[in-house]
Design a protein around this ligand. Structure first.
Ligand SMILES: Nc1ncnc2c1ncn2[C@@H]1O[C@H](COP(=O)(O)OP(=O)(O)OP(=O)(O)O)[C@@H](O)[C@H]1O
Length: 653
C-alpha cells in the first residue's frame, strides 16, 4: 500500500493490507448495516427537499419509467403491421393502424427526449436545496459552541475531508445522492414494466427470469461500487493532503512564494505523489472488487436471459408467438436488462454522496458533541468591573502534547491595560484564546469578577471580548465590512469613520477609489491592496468599534508589529484614550509598546514568572529587564539608520 508522510513524500505502508484479504462479499455484508443507515439518512434528507420539488421529480421519474415501454409496444406494432399495411394499400385500415403506431412511437420518442432535460433540471434543483440544508445544518453544528478545538483535530479533519471537499465543489454531495436515488426510480420502473410485458405477452416465468437477470447484474454492480466506495473512504487522510497541494497552486497567497522559491515543480510533484498515494491502493482493489464478481453475475444473467430468448425464438419459429408479440418480448427483455448497466445520473452520485453525507453528519455530531456552550447566564453589560483572573489554568492542545499553560495564575485588572511578554511559543496567544473561550482549560478556571466564565453563555461572553489576533482575517470585502464586523456587521458611515480615525486609518481610506466601499483586494474591480501596517490599522479599527458595540475586553495580539515606528508611537499616544474604560490586554514583542501598559506580565514555562509595572520590573532586574535591555541595545546599535523617536522611546525608560 502507498501512503504519504507529513511532508508529502510517497511512502510504502505495509499495514494497510487487511482489506485485500477480505472477500468482496464479506466486505459488503460487513458494511450492510451502515449502508441501511446511510439510506435512511438520505431518505430523511430527501423528505426535507420540499413536497413540490420532490413530488414533481418523482412524478417525472414515473412517467420516464413508463414511456419506454409504450415506445416498445408502439414500435412492435409498427413492425408487426408493415406486411398487412403493404398488402392492404394506403386506404386500408391496416395502413391507418400502421400510421397510428408510427405517430405514437414518434411522439413517445420525442416525449422521452423532452423529459431528459426537465429531469436533469429538477434533479439539480433538488440537489441544491438539499445541499443548502446540509450546509446550514453543518454551520449551525460547527458554531454551536464557542470552542474551535474540534475543528482543528486532525482525526476530525481527515474524516470530514471528502465530505467538505464534495460540498465545496458541489459534486457527489448528499443532495446529489438524493437526486440520484430519485433518478433510479425510472430505471427500476422500466425494468419491472418490461418484465410484466414479457410475462403478459409470453410466459410468467420468462417475465420473472428477465427481471431476475436485470436485478442480478444491478445488485452485483452495486455491491462492487459500495465496497469500492468504502475502501475509497479509508484513504481520506492522503486525499486531504492531495487537496491541499491542489488548492495551494490556486491560492493567491501562496503564488508569491511558489514563484520566488521556484516551487512549482516541487508542488506539482507532491501533488502527483499524493494523487498516486490516494489512488493506487484504490485502483489495486478495483480489479478484485469489480472483475471477478462481474464475470459471475454476468454469467448468471446471461444464462437467465439466454434461456428466455431461446424459448422466445422457438415460440416464434413454431408460430406460438406472432411477429408483433415476438418483437415486444425481445425488446422488453433486452430493455429490462439495461438496469444492470452503469447509470450515469445516479450510481456514483448515490454511492459517494452517501459517503459524503456520512462524513458531514459525523463532522456535525463531533462538533456538536464538543460544543459546550457553557452556562446560559448572560454576563452583565458592565462585566468585568474588578478583574479577570486566571486561576491555576493548565492547557494543552492535545492529550499527549506538553502543557502550553501549566498552572498559570494571572490577574487582568478591569479598566486598565496589561501587557504580556514572553518568548516565541511561550503561550501568549493561547492565553488569549482561552480568555475568548476558543478553547477550554484542562484544569483551573478563568473568572470575571469572581464568576467562572464557563457559566456564561459562550456566544454572549465572546461578544464581550474584542480580540484582534496576529493572523486576523483580511476579508476580501469593502472597508466598511472589514471594520463593521467588529460590531455585528454595523454599516453606518459615522461610527466606522470614527473608529478608522482613532486607529489612524481614516486618511488612507479616504484616498481609496471608493472610500469606505472599496473592496480590500486587488482581485476585484476598483479593489485596493493594503500594506501590512494599513491592514493592522483596519484591524485596530475593527476592535475599537467592537468596544463601541459593547465589548469590554480589548485584546490586541501584536497590534503594532506591522506599524512603522512613528505610527506605533502615535498609536500608543492615543492608546489609553482609545481604550478608556475598557480592560485591555496587549501582547507584543516591542518593548516600546509594552512599557506603556499599566502592568506587564512575563510568561515563561506556561506560567507568569514576573509581573509589575515597567519601572518595577526594570528595577527588579529579572527576565523582563534582561529582554528589555537586549532590545534597547539592539536599537542603539541600529541608531544611524533607525528611527530617532523610537530609540528615544525605548532607551529612555
Ligand atoms: N492550534 C494549535 N494546535 C496545536 N498547538 C498549537 C496551536 N497553537 C499554538 N500551538 C502551540 O502552542 C505553543 C504556544 O503557542 P502560542 O501561539 O500561544 O505562543 P506565543 O507565545 O503567542 O508565540 P509567538 O510569540 O510566537 O506569537 C506553541 O508551542 C505552539 O506550537
Amino acid at each position: 500500500m502507498l501512503s504519504i508522510d507529513a511532508s508529502g513524500v510517497l511512502m510504502v505502508d505495509q499495514s494497510a493490507g487487511d482489506a485485500v484479504n477480505r472477500s468482496v462479499w464479506g466486505e459488503f455484508t460487513g458494511g450492510m448495516r451502515g449502508r441501511w443507515d446511510q439510506r435512511r439518512a438520505i431518505l430523511r434528507l430527501l423528505l426535507g427537499g420540499g413536497p413540490a420539488v420532490v413530488g414533481s421529480a418523482v412524478l417525472l421519474q414515473i412517467i420516464a419509467g413508463l414511456l419506454p415501454i409504450g415506445f416498445v409496444l408502439a414500435t412492435a406494432g409498427v413492425i408487426a403491421g408493415v406486411p398487412a399495411a403493404v398488402e392492404g394499400g394506403v386506404d386500408s385500415s391496416a395502413w391507418q393502424q400502421l400510421r397510428d403506431h408510427l405517430i405514437a412511437a414518434a411522439a413517445l420518442f420525442f416525449a422521452i427526449q423532452l423529459l431528459l432535460p426537465v429531469q436533469a433540471f429538477l434533479g439539480e434543483v433538488l440537489r441544491r436545496r438539499i445541499d443548502d440544508r446540509v450546509r446550514d445544518r453543518l454551520m449551525a453544528d460547527s458554531f454551536a459552541g464557542p470552542s474551535v478545538a474540534v475543528l482543528e483535530d486532525p482525526e476530525v479533519l481527515d474524516q470530514a475531508a471528502d465530505g467538505v471537499n464534495m460540498l465545496r465543489m458541489a459534486a457527489w454531495t448528499p443532495g446529489a445522492a438524493c437526486a440520484g436515488f430519485i433518478a433510479l426510480l425510472s430505471h427500476y420502473l422500466q425494468t419491472v414494466a418490461a418484465a410484466v410485458v414479457v410475462a403478459v405477452v409470453y410466459e410468467w416465468w420468462a417475465g420473472a427470469a428477465v427481471l431476475l437477470a436485470g436485478l442480478v447484474i444491478r445488485f452485483g454492480y452495486r455491491v462492487g461500487l459500495s465496497v469500492f466506495g468504502r475502501i475509497f473512504m479509508t484513504h481520506q487522510r492522503v486525499r486531504r493532503r492531495r487537496f491541499y497541494f491542489r488548492d495551494l497552486l490556486f491560492t493567491a497567497d501562496a503564488a508569491k512564494e511558489i514563484r520566488v522559491f521556484g516551487l512549482l515543480g516541487w508542488v506539482g510533484e507532491r501533488y502527483s505523489d499524493a494523487f498516486m498515494a490516494s489512488s493506487v491502493p484504490v485502483w489495486q482493489q478495483r480489479r478484485r472488487i469489480f472483475y471477478g464478481p462481474y464475470v459471475l453475475y454476468t454469467l448468471t444473467a446471461f444464462v437467465l436471459l439466454g434461456g428466455v430468448l431461446a424459448a422466445v425464438a422457438r415460440a416464434s419459429a413454431t408460430g406460438v408467438l406472432g411477429v408483433g408479440a415476438f418483437m415486444i418480448v425481445m425488446q422488453a427483455a433486452l430493455s429490462s436488462i439495461r438496469i444492470g448497466a452503469f447509470i450515469a445520473e445516479s450510481d456514483v452520485q448515490t454511492e459517494y454522496g452517501m459517503n459524503a453525507q456520512q462524513a458531514l453528519t459525523r463532522l456535525g455530531e463531533l462538533t456538536l458533541a464538543a460544543a459546550d456552550p457553557g452556562g446560559s447566564e448572560t454576563p452583565s453589560a458592565e462585566l468585568p468591573i474588578r478583574e479577570i483572573r486566571f486561576e491555576r489554568v493548565t492547557f494543552r492542545y492535545a492529550p499527549d502534547a506538553p502543557p502550553v499553560l501549566d498552572g498559570l495564575d494571572l490577574v487582568i485588572p478591569a479598566g486598565a491595560s496589561l501587557a504580556i511578554v514572553g518568548l516565541n511559543g511561550a503561550g501568549k496567544t493561547t492565553l488569549v484564546k482561552l480568555l475568548a473561550r476558543l478553547y477550554e482549560p484542562e484544569s483551573g478556571r478563568i473568572t470575571a469578577d469572581g464568576v467562572d466564565i464557563r457559566t456564561f453563555d459562550g456566544a454572549a461572553w465572546q461578544r464581550k471580548v474584542a480580540a484582534i489576533f496576529q493572523d486576523f482575517v483580511h476579508f476580501e470585502l469593502p472597508v466598511r465590512d472589514n471594520v463593521g464586523f467588529g460590531a455585528g456587521g454595523l454599516r453606518d458611515d459615522e461610527p466606522i469613520e470614527e473608529a478608522l480615525r482613532r486607529a489612524g486609518a481614516l486618511e488612507f481610506v479616504a484616498g481609496l477609489p471608493a472610500g469606505l466601499d472599496t473592496p480590500l483586494s486587488r482581485q476585484y474591480t476598483d479593489g485596493a491592496e493594503l500594506s501590512g501596517g494599513q491592514w493592522q490599522r483596519i484591524a485596530i479599527a475593527r476592535a475599537l468599534i467592537a468596544v463601541e458595540g459593547g465589548a469590554r475586553v480589548l485584546v490586541l495580539d501584536e497590534p503594532t508589529a506591522s506599524l512603522d515606528a512613528r505610527a506605533e508611537v502615535a498609536f500608543f499616544e492615543r492608546f489609553l484614550d482609545l481604550t478608556s474604560g475598557a480592560t485591555s490586554l496587549v501582547i507584543s514583542h516591542r518593548f516600546s509598546t509594552v512599557r506603556r501598559a499599566d502592568r506587564i506580565a512575563v510568561l515563561e514555562h506556561g506560567r507568569v514568572t514576573e509581573s509589575g509595572t515597567h519601572d518595577g520590573l526594570l528595577a527588579a532586574g529579572g527576565r523582563y529587564a534582561e529582554l528589555f535591555m537586549l532590545q534597547a541595545a539592539r536599537f542603539a546599535e541600529d541608531e544611524p539608520s533607525g528611527d530617532d523617536d523610537l530609540i528615544e522611546e525605548t532607551a529612555d525608560a
